[in-house]
Design a protein around this ligand. Structure first.
Ligand code: HEM
Length: 512
């Protein structure tokens, strides 16, 4: 019997295409590996054309990148879409990028829709250069200096007390659970609002719903846009992010303009010797009058500072208070230790003031432990190299490479931290870590030229809020505290997945 081995033409075509594709593929993989070795690039996973390694980021990129770093090491090269990116996952490497070669990596990528359509004049996303230096100087020297932050002490104390009273009221005198996540969010936005505008949120200077618009801007900043990673798809604006940004910007511009106008006309009628606490807008308007040509302060500068400080200072501080509170509810013995310490400093007849905080060492350990485990920016705002630079074991980082520091992975590195996943504030009794960007074992505020200029304000707000919350109330939740859901929400920012609900039980009657 004769076998008919003749194949149909379409099968031959299909098999030929498949084999050609396979051969090309093998060559491409080998070529990519050889190119990486030849260019002395750090090791990393294979990157697909167009999407690079985007598919490997998952819902929680800091976790996915930590998993990859276990395989490829603390300095890893990959592509986010079309953009070459290095991922830094150890304190040693963080020091290389944020200290040793700080200048070479002090820029930011500018291709983001956010930079083009929402905050083109901001400080956070500004590339390294004259504009950034000017804005940074205004922030560090004028607005967020220790002296200036101290002038807002009464603002923080007042707003924290308002929060305590509002929590008690919402709990119907300790009988129903309160959404404390919302309470913390409104605390931080009220504090930042008051620091910016010099007025309480409910006052008439709040303009046309500006605070709500700024909340919208902050939320919009967090929406990922495919075109940021795959520029060939940018024009399609598949998710409508660019359209949304443009419309938010129009509304924001008008509202911020109105706020500035109101300040200008109010300041012209207010006596310059009045005891009114000046907000950043007043400070900048005053500086505007005497600014020299090289330190000019335009309306665009003022607008950008309002938006950036609000965006950088609200959600980040909220998330730290929220995680600290979640851990304290899960660990009542730790909460009790904090309460005992507070009581030993302030007694039980009065509320906590900021001047009491310096004596509360254990509370500071709790704050640091929270920042270690739950940094508000688990993956720091990307940096970008302005020149080729050799780092670590002779790896070459080409010019215009994006740098992503995984602060979340660094704080949980078992080579540095014993029992890294345990919430153990005591570890900071022996380990003297300052949050001034000199220590790289944890980098919740970044470090170097681009390090967070708001760290002192943030630490003060978090510490005071926690001290007052624990001094005024004992806390319980519905269900078993040790089983409290600690899942993180979707995305790059580090919030709880679900809001935290808890019932306050009054400890110090003077609080309310
Ligand atoms: C717990 C709260 C906060 C955390 C964890 C945090 C963390 C960070 C981090 C990681 C960066 C980027 C550092 C880098 O790229 O190397 C940053 C930048 C920045 N932060 Fe914060 N931050 C917090 C609160 C604040 C507050 C309260 C303000 C202002 C009121 C603020 C203002 C800024 C600004 C303006 C930048 C941009 C600096 C630049 O690019 O030059 N932050 N922050």
């Amino acid at each position: 019997m004769e076998l008919d081995l003749e194949l149909p033409p379409w099968t031959i075509i299909f098999v030929t295409i498949f084999i050609s594709f396979l051969v090309l593929w093998v060559f491409y993989v080998k070529f990519q590996g050889a190119k990486r070795r030849r260019d002395r690039l750090p090791p990393g996973p294979f990157s697909w054309p167009v999407i690079g390694n985007m598919h490997q980021l998952g819902k929680l990129p800091h976790r996915a990148l930590q998993d990859l770093s276990h395989k490829y090491g603390p300095l890893m090269y990959l592509k986010l879409g079309c953009f070459p990116t290095v991922v830094v996952s150890s304190s040693e490497m963080a020091k290389e990028f944020l200290k040793t070669h700080d200048l070479a990596f002090a820029s930011r990528p500018t291709e983001y829709a956010l930079v083009k359509h929402l905050t083109p004049n901001g400080i956070i996303t500004a590339p390294y250069g004259a504009h950034w230096r000017h804005m940074r100087r205004l922030c560090v020297v004028e607005l967020l200096s220790p002296k200036r932050i101290e002038t807002y002490r009464s603002v923080r104390e007042d707003e924290v007390l308002d929060m305590i009273r509002s929590i008690w009221k919402k709990s119907e005198q300790g009988t129903v659970p309160v959404n404390v996540s919302n309470s913390f969010a409104s605390l931080t936005s009220s504090i930042i609002w008051r620091i910016l505008s010099g007025t309480k949120f409910s006052d008439e200077l709040n303009g046309s719903g500006l605070k709500e618009i700024l909340d919208e801007v902050t939320a919009t900043m967090g929406i990922p846009h495919i075109g940021d990673y795959i520029p060939s798809l940018d024009w399609l604006d598949l998710q409508g992010v660019k359209r949304h940004m443009k419309s938010v910007r129009r509304v924001m511009d008008a509202a911020v303009d109105k706020m500035i106008d109101q300040h200008v006309s109010r300041n012209s009628t207010v006596n310059s010797n009045s005891h009114h606490v000046k907000g950043f807008v007043d400070v900048l308007l005053e500086m505007q009058k005497t600014a020299t040509a090289d330190m000019e302060i335009t309306r665009d500068h003022i607008k950008a500072i309002i938006v950036d400080i609000y965006a950088a200072g609200t959600d980040s501080t909220t998330s730290q208070i929220e995680w600290a509170m979640s851990e304290l509810i899960r660990n009542p013995n730790i909460a009790k230790k904090v309460q005992d310490e507070i009581e030993s400093v302030v007694g039980n007849h009065r509320i906590v003031t900021e001047s009491d905080l310096a004596a509360m060492e254990y509370l500071q350990c709790v704050v640091k432990e929270t920042l270690r485990l739950y940094p508000a920016g688990p993956i720091m705002v990307p940096h970008e190299s302005t020149e080729a630079c050799t780092v670590g074991d002779g790896y070459l980082i080409p010019e215009k490479t994006r740098v992503v520091v995984n602060a979340w992975a660094i704080g949980r590195d078992p080579k540095v931290w014993e029992d890294p996943l345990e919430f153990k504030p005591e570890r900071f009794k022996d380990k003297n870590i300052e949050m001034k960007g000199q220590d790289f074992d944890m980098v919740p505020f970044g470090a170097g030229r681009r390090g967070c200029p708001g760290a002192q304000l943030a630490m003060g707000t978090i510490s005071l809020a926690l001290a007052q919350i624990l001094h005024c109330f004992n806390w319980k939740i519905e269900g078993n505290p040790s089983e409290l859901d600690m899942s993180e929400g979707f995305g790059g920012s580090n919030n709880r997945k679900s809001h935290l609900y808890a019932i306050p039980m009054l400890r110090i009657p003077n609080c309310i």
